[in-house]
Design a protein around this ligand. Structure first.
Ligand code: HEM
Length: 426
């Protein structure tokens, strides 16, 4: 599963929107968005027909009005988004699902997970510490949030199988292929589905303190229905449990990894800010907000206009029109942020919209903040001279939805593994 919801050529969807936000030179995109904010804050992209919403106040206003600007998939432009399940719901069905899912994200639960995040970050660092080099994305930023999601679901005991399944299903989605690659993939899917089947049977009989149990508890009220509808390639619809697992990976892992790696990159590119943070680690929670604003791991989300005659900045929006809420632009809005293109670890206030706004505000926001804070703290403390590897090529995901690196080769002075280091899970 993937947030790189880039439809294959010829398919409907914002593929043409790509050059605007995805694969293009980030500096150029920043300049184009600044021009739109100034001259045409509600701009109809002639190639795609999408309305691009670039100012902070407008992104918030639209997010606050779900009765006018719907999250549900409507029309051919949104076919590719139906996999977004609860994110693509409005009204009572959405409230019902959100009420149950939110049980996994109470402040108490998030606080409980902090020790695990620290351990997983340390284990990831231990695995590469002696070599003096690693891929910060794949070796650190990927496993930490993925292991936490497995724990929240109560399937951490089979983390390796879970990871193999995530890889198989991700490949099936991102290659644009609608099928698995071969017998080995089919075997992984079968093994994971069997395992989840046994977990479901066990938790239905003896509910635990995990998200699968919570979702099963709401099954009769229909909370799994949205996840059973049109799941990702390689994910059988079934009762929706597998769809829910894949949604959580999509929402929570593919986003947080980009904040961790993008945040580290921002610190490497702004050595003065990094020194300030290393001198004053108490600033970390403030710096995390700046990382979220500066990186904008989710670039944009879509809404559909539900009625005619909606006017915004003199533009007439019609029923059925699509609007893109461009968070990465709202987060650089000079009406809200001083020197918006500067990365400042002590920026306060910082009213970014990286987690969205309104009824769909990210349920994992506090968890993500904690994961980013703890992982960056471990990296800055344990690998204090970490740098980009000489000649490193930074490949970005060619996506209009997420902003992140595929790989980030880094080097550092080799260090000993921590005193409690165990063999890492992978
Ligand atoms: C830096 C990391 C993250 C970013 C930038 C992010 C961003 C977002 C955004 C922008 C939305 C709103 C989508 C919309 O309005 O249509 C959202 C929703 C959501 N996020 Fe996150 N997210 C992150 C981490 C997480 C994590 C760690 C989890 C869980 C493990 C999570 C779970 C969710 C869920 C369940 C929703 C759907 C809420 C709803 O539809 O009511 N997110 N996220």
């Amino acid at each position: 599963m993937s947030l790189h919801q880039t439809p294959a050529a010829g398919q409907p969807g914002p593929a043409l929107f790509e050059p605007m936000l995805g694969a293009a030179d980030p500096r150029l995109v920043c300049e184009q968005l600044a021009r739109l904010r100034r001259d045409a804050p509600v701009h109809r992209d002639p190639r795609t027909g999408l309305w691009l919403i670039t100012r902070h106040a407008d992104v918030k206003r639209i997010s606050r009005e779900p009765a006018v600007f719907s999250s549900e998939p409507h029309g051919p432009w949104h076919e590719f988004e139906s996999h977004f399940s609860m994110q693509a719901e409005d009204g009572p069905p959405h409230h019902r699902t959100r009420n149950v899912v939110s049980r996994g994200f109470t402040p108490r639960r998030v606080a409980h997970l902090e020790a695990s995040v620290r351990r997983y970050a340390d284990e990831a660092i231990d695995a590469v510490a002696a070599s003096g080099a690693c891929d910060l994305v794949q070796d650190v930023a990927v496993p930490v949030p993925a292991r936490i999601i497995a724990d929240m679901l109560g399937i951490g005991e089979r983390f390796e199988l879970f990871q193999d399944w995530v890889e198989v299903v991700t490949a099936a989605t991102t290659t644009g292929g609608r099928s698995l690659r071969g017998p080995a993939d089919e075997e992984v899917c079968r093994a994971f589905e069997d395992y989840v089947g046994s977990v479901v049977a066990e938790r239905a009989a003896r509910p635990g303190d995990d998200l699968i149990s919570a979702m099963l508890g709401g099954r009769d009220a229909g909370v799994l229905d949205s996840f059973a509808r049109d799941p990702f390639p390689g994910v059988p619809a079934g009762d929706g449990v597998l769809g829910f697992i894949s949604f959580l990976v999509l929402a929570g892992s593919e986003t947080t990894r980009h904040a961790i790696s993008g945040g580290m990159l921002a610190l490497l590119e702004h050595p003065g800010q990094r020194e300030q943070l290393q001198r004053r680690p108490a600033l970390l929670p403030v710096a995390v907000e700046e990382v979220l604003r500066f990186v904008s791991p989710v670039r944009a989300m879509r809404r559909t206009v539900l009625r005619d005659g909606v006017e915004l900045h003199g533009q007439q929006l019609a029923r059925g029109d699509s609007v893109m809420l461009i968070y990465s632009s709202a987060n650089r809005d000079e009406r809200v942020f001083d020197s918006p293109d500067a990365f400042r670890v002590d920026r306060r206030p910082n009213d970014h919209v990286s987690f969205g706004f309104g009824t769909h505000f990210c349920l994992g926001a506090n968890l993500a903040r904690m994961e980013i804070r703890v992982t960056l703290e471990r990296l800055l403390t344990r690998l204090p001279d970490l740098q980009l590897a000489p000649g490193a090529r930074l490949e970005r995901h060619p996506s209009s939805i997420v902003n992140g690196l595929v790989h980030m080769p880094v080097v550092f002075t080799p260090v000993a593994r921590g005193p409690d280091a165990k063999e890492p899970a992978r």
